[in-house]
Design a protein around this ligand. Structure first.
Ligand code: FEO
Ligand code: CA
Ligand code: CA
Ligand code: CA
Length: 670
């Protein structure tokens, strides 16, 4: 007989009201403490961060990066080995997705040809910005009930845009990855725009490169390479266009680069081959990168078998000895796809603590699939491989040459295969109770009326407020869930439904489809993660710009599959569109027993990244870019910053990790 289902959990806290205050609000009986802020030093002898833009640029590879994002807590035992259940000491690996330049430099935002030369130079700014992207690994521990990070731990490490990395998997050492830096295509430098994260069952960290395309310069008129039609189409599909990140392509503090360095894909000066320049620079980003946090000197690996796209995250599916491993992955752009990678090798628990070598075994060889959501609640995983699903040399749209070509141009391969275009696939999360996969679709302002489908069923006006513009599309987002057939991660079919629709509680019934109320309404779900210590509590985070007239971004606790999933009801067309599939759709109302607001962040931030100590009694949450939309001119008047969190007063705002504990030492949320 099957094992009895675990008992249903029960949310046990008072909902936090929506708020526009410049603070982190948590329920009564809980404490949120700031743990690790932008610029905090992570090596002995590095001075405290001044937070006025004057810190020496060369120190930034020993400081916290900016825009804290996805993160994982790796518990450590007394032998300094990974022990997932460890409750009081661990390594926190976290992404630093991007930067708010305004608050990083003495005179504010980088403006070419301006500034005070006495305290600022453009090369200094670029060096800071290189170092502030990437990943932190820090040692954290609990003393009494207080958590802190250890500034001089030997585990502390920054990975950033200058860190050397190796390619592995089918695209490694192919012509597509050859650059001046690595003439055989085996290596590159750096990672950036690291958004969500992932883990492996052997104890390493996965960091995912999302909006990397915007960092590369490509002025079409300057490109003298006679690139193929498909290569040009790929630049368009991936968004490599324009001037790129300000100054990066033209100014570099790294003297091993020439002036037109690795961020410039377009100008080929007197060189004949890809090994002489950076025409392939953009191919070296867009990957899932594996980092071994327990071996500080180890070289990260870009795992090409998982494909190149705008990787949001890589969520590990159920881990079963003797079965393949699976990672679910969103590609966060409007009308992009959902993917999964299934390892060829079956999981062997002897590989725990196997480091990067275990990654070579499980992540370099496997099958990559893209999802097709059918209107009847079924779905298909379409394999992305040369010779199947139209991905051939003879394809009239795009001729695919080899396995590496498919992986580097996965978006084109998925187009050919006929995958379903989604409303911006962000995080995936796997329910430890039953293996079901949840997927946030954050919003899609490009979903036209009449362009809906069963899995992306909304296009409507949602006026943000009197002073703001109404917008068509799916401004508030939704959460889909799916289950691979028979719980088999290698299955090529699945079933799916919608778990939740975002909306303001005051919206009309045909927009507020999940009947959200004041204590649980939200917009634009993004970060999402199932607590392991509590086996089934779902944390849902928001990255919103369509409800911020009423509330800052937030963290909610949910109990899908346990509470609030009962009352199925039919969704009617929400905007008068004539989509036949929309009317057949089924949604459910979670109620406050099944969904409740737990935290509201400070002004102008995103809540993202989440992890817990091994006993579930400390919850780590990232507050990303408070005050990020502050107008550049306001840098000269500190009273006009959009946020001063966490220091308060007239301080510049800082992204930071907070740790949340219950005052009585209990489990978080329950
Ligand atoms: Fe970096 Fe899709 O959020
Ligand atoms: Ca995100
Ligand atoms: Ca987002
Ligand atoms: Ca953000």
């Amino acid at each position: 007989a099957p094992a009895p289902a675990p008992a249903a959990l029960k949310l046990n806290f008072t909902a936090v009201p929506k708020s526009l205050d410049d603070v982190v609000s948590v329920p009564a009986g809980y404490t949120a403490s700031v743990l690790y802020r932008l610029g905090d030093p992570i090596a002995a002898g590095v001075p405290a961060y001044l937070n006025d833009g004057t810190d020496a640029p060369a120190t930034y590879d020993k400081r916290a990066g900016d825009h804290h994002d996805g993160m994982t807590f790796f518990g450590i035992n007394a032998s300094n080995k990974w022990e997932p259940a460890a409750a009081a000491r661990g390594l926190l690996a976290m992404n630093h997705e991007a930067i708010t330049p305004l608050f990083l430099h003495p005179a504010g935002q980088t403006i070419v040809g301006t500034g005070n030369a006495a305290v600022r130079s453009v090369a200094d700014e670029v060096q800071r910005e290189f170092f502030l992207h990437g990943v932190s690994v820090i040692e954290v521990s609990k003393s009494g009930s207080a958590w802190s990070y250890k500034q001089d731990s030997n585990f502390n490490r920054r990975v950033h845009t200058l860190t050397e990395m190796q390619f592995s998997g089918p695209a490694a050492q192919t012509d597509y990855l050859k650059t001046k830096y690595s003439s055989d295509g085996s290596k590159t430098r750096g990672t950036l725009n690291n958004c969500a994260n992932g883990t492996t069952p052997w104890g390493t960290y996965l960091t995912c490169e999302e909006n990397w395309a915007g960092y590369f310069r490509r002025i079409v008129a300057s490109d003298n390479l006679n690139r193929s039609t498909k290569e040009i189409a790929a630049f368009g599909r991936y968004g490599v266009a324009g001037t790129g990140r300000e100054l990066w392509a033209t100014v570099t503090p790294d003297t091993s680069d020439n002036l037109y360095g690795r961020w410039n894909t377009e100008v080929i000066t007197g060189a004949a081959t890809a090994a002489d320049d950076y025409r392939n620079g953009a191919n070296t980003y867009g990957w899932v990168v594996e980092i071994d946090p327990f071996t500080p000197g180890s070289m990260p690996k870009k795992r090409t078998a998982l494909g190149r796209f705008g990787h949001e995250g890589a969520c590990l599916g159920p881990v079963v000895v003797g079965k393949p491993l699976v990672w679910y992955m969103g590609d966060d752009s409007q009308n992009e796809y959902v993917y999964k990678f299934v390892s060829t090798k079956a999981w062997d628990a002897a590989d725990v603590n196997g480091g990067i070598a275990a990654g070579d075994k499980y992540m370099d060889d496997g099958k990559l699939y893209v999802a097709k959501f059918n209107a009847d609640g079924t779905g298909n995983w379409l394999e992305l491989k040369l010779g199947v699903n139209g991905i051939t040399a003879a394809n009239p749209a795009y001729a695919f040459a080899d396995a590496a070509d498919v992986l580097i141009n996965v978006r084109l391969a998925a187009d050919v295969a006929g995958a379903t275009k989604m409303d911006r696939p962000e995080w995936t999360a796997v329910n430890p109770r039953n293996g079901e996969v949840y997927l946030t679709l954050t919003n899609n302002t490009a979903r036209p009326v009449g362009g809906t489908d069963a899995a992306n069923p909304r296009s409507y006006n949602d006026p943000k407020g009197a002073a703001q513009t109404a917008q068509k599309g799916n401004p508030n987002g939704h959460v889909i869930r799916f289950a691979d057939t028979n719980g088999d991660p290698a299955a090529v079919t699945f079933k799916w439904d919608v778990y939740l629709f975002g909306a303001r509680s005051t919206a009309a019934a045909d927009v507020n489809l999940s009947k959200l109320v004041a204590d649980n309404d939200f917009s634009s779900p993004d970060g999402m993660w199932f607590s392991h210590a509590t086996a089934g509590l779902l944390w849902l985070e928001t990255d919103d710009s369509k409800y911020t007239d009423v509330t800052n971004c937030m963290l909610l606790a949910a109990l899908p599959g346990q509470v609030g999933d009962g009352a199925a009801r039919t969704i009617t067309n929400v905007d008068g569109a004539t989509s036949a599939t929309q009317a057949t759709f089924v949604g459910k109302a979670p109620g406050t027993e099944g969904l409740r607001r737990f935290l509201v962040g400070p002004k102008d931030c995103e809540i993202t990244g989440i992890a817990e100590s091994g006993d579930g009694r400390a919850l780590f949450v990232n507050i990303q870019h408070p005050g990020e939309t502050t107008p550049a001119a306001n840098i000269s008047d500190p009273t006009k910053f959009g946020s001063h969190w966490p220091e308060g007063g007239t301080a510049r705002p800082r992204s930071a990790t907070v740790v949340i504990t219950r005052n009585d030492g209990g489990l978080i949320g329950l």
